[in-house]
Design a protein around this ligand. Sequence first.
Ligand SMILES: [Zn+2]
Length: 273
Amino acid sequence: MNKLKSVWINELSWEDVNNYLKKENIIILPVGSTEEHGLTGPLGLDSYAAIALAEDVAKKTGVLVAPPLWYGDSSHHLGFAGTMSLKTSTLISVIEDISESLARNGVKKILIINGHKSANLPALLSAVKNLHEFKLPQVFFAIADPMKIAKGIASKIKDNIEHHVGELEVSHIWYKYPHLIKKDKLTKKGIDYEKIFSKYSQYDLFGKSGEVIDIPWNSYEQKAFAPDGSFSNSSKASPKKGKEYHDYMVNVLVDFISWLKKYKGPIANIKSL
Ligand SMILES: [Zn+2]
């Protein structure tokens, strides 16, 4: 394969992508959000997380990346200026349209890297589960999320409970995009999950979890229980932690893609699909 000047589809010509698809059939799709990240982080933090992972993984594996989706399911953050949200159903539709376009181009494997953690997952999983059953059974889908691919490193390097604007997501962006973090606004405050959501809340996205009962909250409630937007103690964030967190996830994803390149799937030979 000729060396392409970018891993980003939006920076290449159609001929470049066409030539790539003669040799490879995997595309990475980074999905984030535009939502408040306390007084410390930029509104695009989750999108930057997905972009940073996708770009570094693509450079190491030679796989191309679709333009990032800067919008996600963020309605619970709408009480804060600058937040822009897709409804869950809209996000499902956007993922369907992008996937059908890629499949039409000849893409056979789509890896979504989600930077927005649990809030995007219901839409992403619903979209790809139904696409894979009804419209695109021949296309392989996978979704990678920091909550699930950083388990082996998160508890070793973090000092505090990690939730929205937690020390790890702040550290990640501090490492990759240092100018975007307001270091003087890091906070020691964290919300009291048990008080607000009962002892059955999943108060630490990377913690040991017992029984969990999900309680969705709306933007009015969120503004009341987290007036500055942050849920978590971010005071121990650092670019060093961000690098360890990032490199660990990149290694997991590179390992997954090396498996995926060889993966044929159980239905590869079914001609009727
Ligand atoms: Zn976030």
